[in-house]
Design a protein around this ligand. Structure first.
Ligand code: ZN
Length: 274
């Protein structure tokens, strides 16, 4: 792709990888993701600048996607409930990175959180302000807000950015010293198949979905970014993976998947649920 840059593994910086050949039949002319031979992370190597990827997402959103869809609304509600039952939202100052139309902010506002959304789309920022919430109309490439937060949430967004480490560094800088980070993703690997592989992959440009996480690789990137793991949801019985990390001292642990196991997982998915 024009303008694109080649990336090594975001988790361990290895340049040794195996191409995920089984993806080819589902992704049109796109370059397939690769699996890191060292840590099993599944990622896209060729990526355009962040702004171009964000523009694509605006177009994809423009084609009718809305967080008001029952499935989308339900998964955001699930995250709101999961955190509420474990830690509580009441009185907390929360920033949602990639806040979209503000559906999640609305849920936690009802649970007495003070909410802000960081969101590049002006139209969405207007909707967020319509909730009486603060909108930061920007991307993570722009400066970090002066305000500091108790909780930062990154929901169904980390897999779609250009540089996941950069997004997590940004999130960390937005937090108070004892703040918490919540990451949720539907791109789960090494779990029961929730849908046909043909709907898991898409023909959208490969770098609109650069990363696909298992429990171990998501734990590792939080760990790399100096968050200690506080909670993980029951991700095998749910269709999303939710992790809560604490900002603070963190012992480094080299969580990893075996690359061959990740490739086998996709091959089995292709055979059993194409
Ligand atoms: Zn790696």
């Amino acid at each position: 792709m024009k303008n694109s840059q080649t990336f090594n593994c975001d988790l361990c910086d290895s340049s040794n990888y195996t191409v995920l050949e089984v993806a080819r039949k589902y992704i049109g002319d796109n370059e397939p993701p690769v699996v890191c031979d060292n840590c099993g992370f599944c990622y896209v190597r060729q990526r355009r600048p962040a702004k171009e990827i964000a523009e694509d997402w605006n177009n994809i959103f423009g084609e009718g996607y809305t967080s008001e869809w029952p499935g989308v609304k339900a998964r955001l509600f699930y995250v709101a409930e999961f955190f509420d039952q474990n830690y509580g939202w009441k009185g907390k100052n929360v920033l949602d990175i990639g806040a979209g139309e503000g559906t999640f902010l609305k849920f936690i506002q009802q649970r007495d959180a003070w909410v802000s959304g960081l969101e590049p789309s002006l139209e969405n920022c207007n909707k967020i302000e319509g909730l009486g919430a603060k909108a930061y109309c920007q991307t993570i490439e722009d400066p970090v807000p002066d305000e500091k937060f108790d909780v930062v949430t990154i929901l169904w967004t980390l897999e779609n950015c250009q540089d996941c480490m950069r997004m997590l560094r940004f999130a960390r800088e937005c937090l108070k010293p004892d703040g918490q980070l919540v990451v949720a993703t539907g791109s789960r690997l090494m779990v029961p198949f929730k849908k046909p592989l043909s709907s898991y992959f898409s023909k959208n440009p490969a770098d609109t979905h650069c990363f696909r996480w298992s429990k171990k690789t998501l734990a590792r990137i939080l760990n790399n970014s100096n968050f200690w793991l506080q909670a993980t949801n029951d991700y095998e019985q749910s269709d999303c993976l939710v992790m809560v990390g604490g900002r603070g001292y963190c012992v480094k642990a080299p969580f990893a998947d075996r690359a061959t196991a990740v490739i086998d997982f996709f091959n089995r998915w292709d055979r059993e649920f194409p």
